[in-house]
Design a protein around this ligand. Structure first.
Ligand SMILES: Cc1ncc(C[n+]2csc(CCOP(=O)(O)OP(=O)(O)O)c2C)c(N)n1
Ligand SMILES: CC(=O)[C@@H](O)[C@H](O)COP(=O)(O)O
Ligand SMILES: [Mg+2]
Length: 618
């Protein structure tokens, strides 16, 4: 490890350095991040972009007394390094290791946990308001990216905080990137500020006056405000009650340190606009920041991510390609992503149907209601949002789609266990929150071929539809054909037997099949296995037909037990007069840890071994 970095065991060690040493520390930190993440992967680009900003913040402010709230938390690796977690960095996002985001339980330097975007200003402002009520004195800083600023919550918070005069520093880390290039009018506005030559000239004029007339600080400031107001379109943030400072070069300590030092002593809400480059210091990440936002292992030497050779396509790819195929024949089909075109597969659709593709920014609520509007205009919107981020838009799903029975399909990628991103990103609630909505049809495929069939089925349903599918690769089953639509509300029988009924949902069907086969071979017990396919409407006929009095009833689903489909099936069975051994194999009432998907499924006893164990136990 390099000389300066190896001395940093906490923020006190950083503060002991001379300012002239900070650029060297920044260099060492970049090198360390690039090398450390190479074998394990992780969120590289965002962290590389905020190395100087993080060093400057911890150099000048006094965490944990001062509170630094990082939005999303994916850029907080340098923050972790400087706050006593350097030794554990190689464990980041690994089973038992550091979390990939900020997490209160992990460090007193993480005053607010994150993972989802656009929460930092609200949280920081809440801390500032609490501080003032407590008559305490410390700084509260929210660091938010330009991508996260596209989220409605960030604006709600600015609107609230700007109307009051509490001390709050919001640092806008503007790298013109979300995961993909940032979108929207706000993004263009920020770009105009950065590149606005007239603004730079106006600033220079004000500075020259200030230099010539040292006593005329106020006059020069007023002139700067005046000229700025005329030329940069409205300094939106100032009109919202924030003192706007910037844009500042986020990689230049000579700019960052004095500016931040000043911010420390200014009252009221301040917005400091810092301009950075995502991926700085690693040319592959600078050149292709989207790929290097978050990735698996890679080679430092070649700058190429390791390939997962020969694996079947991911569900994400199947989604993008199938929807594009469907759109070839149905011009009503449109696709919507909330700032995740590649992650959701919408980019594959976009290549073939660019005019029918919408990236709305990190704005899941807007995405859903916007889809409602498109449906009213005669379109067939497919809203592709990870299960965990769909949580953001629950009222919109109910109020704007379901009540009006609009034909919008929700494609919920990353349903179930996601692995390294852990609790904040686990898609564990969607079965519970979608299945209780009137008018909604909910499907979960057992493999990628069935997924394709479900997408095709969705186009035949004249109302809201939700399809949940997991992170990762399919099983390699044949998907070359365009399948026929499924029979809505009909389950599939995979095994027949007289020793009970096992019902499996979507992502858990394969492992349940393996468990059921072992039960037959090793224990001599043959059960009937139903692949539910439709979480809603339920195939009551099949369930009641195969329910066996006095014999096992088991339901296996990769979602929370509380509110899961297992509860409805249990109630149904009891109502029908059935009694017998029962087991609901689902996620317990805890937030899962991070690790690989197999590790977490194993811990939750949701893999084939765990399912078998639980089937045997009843
Ligand atoms: C509610 C929500 N939607 C989507 C995401 C996925 N996501 C994580 S980081 C990110 C981009 C953030 O961009 P920005 O805030 O500018 O940070 P940068 O990576 O550029 O530093 C997105 C879309 C998320 N974390 N939360
Ligand atoms: C930080 C964030 O929310 C995303 O970058 C997320 O980690 C992406 O997850 P996938 O790797 O599953 O696309
Ligand atoms: Mg950004």
């Amino acid at each position: 490890m390099q000389e300066l970095l190896s001395r940093i065991h906490g923020t006190a060690d950083l503060k002991a350095l001379y300012p002239e040493q900070l650029p060297t520390l920044a260099k060492e930190m970049r090198h360390y991040l690039i090398e450390t993440l190479a074998p394990i992967g992780g969120h590289l680009g965002a962290g590389l972009g905020v190395v100087e900003l993080t060093i400057a913040l911890h150099y000048l402010f006094d965490s944990p007394r001062d509170k630094i709230v990082w939005d999303v938390g994916h850029q907080a690796y340098p923050h972790k390094i400087l706050t006593g977690r350097l030794d554990r960095m190689p464990s980041i996002r690994q089973y038992g290791g550091l979390c990939g985001f900020t997490k209160r339980a992990e460090s007193e330097h993480d005053p607010f946990g994150a993972g989802h975007a656009s929460t930092s200003i609200s949280a920081a402002y809440g801390i500032a308001a609490g501080r003032d009520l407590n008559n305490e004195h410390y700084n509260v800083i929210a660091v938010i990216g330009d991508g996260a600023l596209t989220g409605g919550m960030a604006f709600e918070a600015l609107n609230h905080a700007g109307a009051h005069n509490k001390r709050l520093l919001v640092i806008l880390n503007d790298n013109e990137m979300s995961i993909a290039p940032n979108v929207g009018a706000m993004s263009s506005y920020l770009a105009r500020i950065i590149t606005g030559k007239p603004y730079t000239q106006a600033k220079d004029t004000a500075k020259r006056i200030l230099e010539k007339l040292p006593g005329a600080l106020d006059a020069a400031k007023r002139l700067e405000e005046h000229v700025k107001g005329m030329i940069t379109p409205g300094t939106l943030f100032e009109e919202m009650g924030f003192r706007y400072i910037g844009p500042v070069d986020g990689h230049d300590f000579d700019h960052l340190l004095p500016t931040l030092a000043n911010c420390k002593y200014l009252d009221g809400p301040i917005l400091l606009h810092v301009v950075t480059k995502k991926g700085l210091g690693f040319s592959p990440a600078e050149e292709d920041p989207e790929t290097w936002h978050g990735l698996g292992p890679y080679s430092v030497e070649t700058g190429i991510p390791h390939k997962s050779n020969g694996k079947p396509p991911t569900y994400t790819q199947v989604f993008g390609d199938t929807l594009a195929d469907m759109a070839d024949h149905d011009d009503r089909i449109v696709a919507i992503t909330a700032a995740m075109p590649a992650g959701t597969g919408v980019s594959r659709f976009e290549k073939r149907h660019p005019e029918r593709c919408f990236d709305v920014g990190i704005a899941e609520q807007h995405a859903v209601t916007f889809a409602g509007g498109l449906a009213v205009a005669g379109k067939r919107p497919y809203v592709a949002i990870y299960s965990t981020f769909m949580q953001r838009a629950y009222d919109q799903i109910i109020h704007d789609i379901c009540i009006q029975n609009l034909p919008v399909t929700f494609c919920m990628d990353r349903a179930g266990i996601v692995g390294a991103d852990g609790a904040t990103h686990t898609g564990m609630f969607d079965i519970a929150f979608m299945r209780n909505l009137p008018n909604m049809t909910v499907m979960a495929p057992k493999d990628e071929a069935e997924f394709k069939a479900m997408l095709i089925t969705s186009a035949t349903i004249n109302g809201p539809v939700a399809i949940r599918y997991p992170r990762g690769n399919g099983y390699g089953v044949d998907i070359s054909q365009l399948p026929a639509p499924l029979s809505v509300g009909k389950a599939e029988i995979l095994e027949a037997g007289n020793d009970g009924l096992v019902i499996a949902v979507g992502t858990r069907v394969r492992d349940t099949l393996a468990a059921v086969e072992r039960l037959r071979q090793e224990d001599g017990k043959a059960v009937t296995l139903l692949n539910l396919r439709f979480i809603k409407p339920l195939d009551l006929e099949a369930i009641l037909k195969h329910l066996q009095q006095g014999k096992l009833l088991a339901i296996v689903e990769e979602g929370v037990a509380q509110g899961g489909i297992g509860q409805e099936i249990a109630a149904l069975a009891l109502k029908s007069g059935w009694s017998g051994p029962f087991v609901h194999i689902a996620m317990p009432d805890i937030f899962p840890a991070h690790g690989t998907q197999p590790e977490i499924l194993r811990d939750l006893e949701l893999d084939a071994n765990g399912i078998l164990k639980q089937l045997r136990g009843c």
